[in-house]
Design a binder for this molecule. Structure first.
Ligand code: 5RP
Length: 217
């Protein structure tokens, strides 16, 4: 599986050109893109990275990528990020690594969002528990309200997000098919900061398969 993650990530970095502002995703697949970008920097390409998490920022700096504050730029040219599940319409579930809030902010400021996954993540119907970032204060009440939307929220143990919040991993039998509505409904609950449904944010999915890379455009 590592090889499939790597070929997808390496395919994505081919779209990065000199002078670009590049969003740096989080997770074990996005990591391959960051490492490859570091190699490209050493070979002379000049880019500025905008990290979606403290750990991606650390890795980027280690491999020699200049990292800047997102507020310094009006737009990000291309972001390369991973996902936990992807459907054929380029809807995503993200947040398995707990970085969904910064990932969504970066994605929403990106001219192009490329998602890199191995083939096991491509599904017809989502099943990955939906990560929801919530503030710690009153989280049991927030969880009760999520249960009323037919989720079964479970506190992610020993985990605090880069923003000082917690994550509720929300299982479900079947997600309501109106994802945009669901995304809004979840975010309307007091205490919810953001959820891992990424609807209409991905421009291109690059899938690493045993037969090579495939694209969903
Ligand atoms: C982090 C994420 C990651 O992109 C997602 O969890 C996929 O990670 P990996 O590539 O390690 O499977 O959303 O918040």
């Amino acid at each position: 599986m590592e090889e499939l993650k790597k070929i997808a990530a390496h395919e994505a970095v081919k779209e990065i050109k000199d002078g670009m502002i590049v969003g740096l995703g989080t997770g074990s697949t996005a990591k391959y893109a960051i490492i490859k970008l570091g190699e490209m920097v050493k070979e002379g390409i000049e880019i500025v990275g905008i990290a979606t998490s403290l750990r991606s920022e650390k890795l980027a700096k280690e491999v020699g990528i200049k990292v800047a504050d997102i507020n310094e730029y009006e737009e990000i040219d291309i972001t390369i990020d991973g996902a936990d599940q992807v459907d054929t319409k380029k809807n995503l579930i993200k947040g398995g690594g707990g970085a969904l809030l910064r990932e969504k902010i970066v994605a929403s400021c990106s001219k192009k969002e490329i998602i890199v996954v191995d083939e096991s993540k491509l599904v017809e119907n989502f099943s990955f528990p939906l990560p929801v970032e919530v503030v710690k204060f009153g989280w049991r009440h927030t969880a009760d309200k999520l249960s009323k939307l037919n989720f079964e929220p479970k506190l992610r143990e020993n985990f605090v997000t880069d923003n000082g919040n917690i994550i509720l991993d929300c299982s479900y039998d079947r997600l309501s098919p109106n994802f945009s509505e669901m995304e809004k409904e979840i975010n309307a609950i007091a205490g919810v900061v953001e959820n891992g449904l990424f609807i209409g944010l991905a421009d291109e999915i690059i899938v690493g398969t045993k037969e090579g890379v495939k694209r969903i455009l």
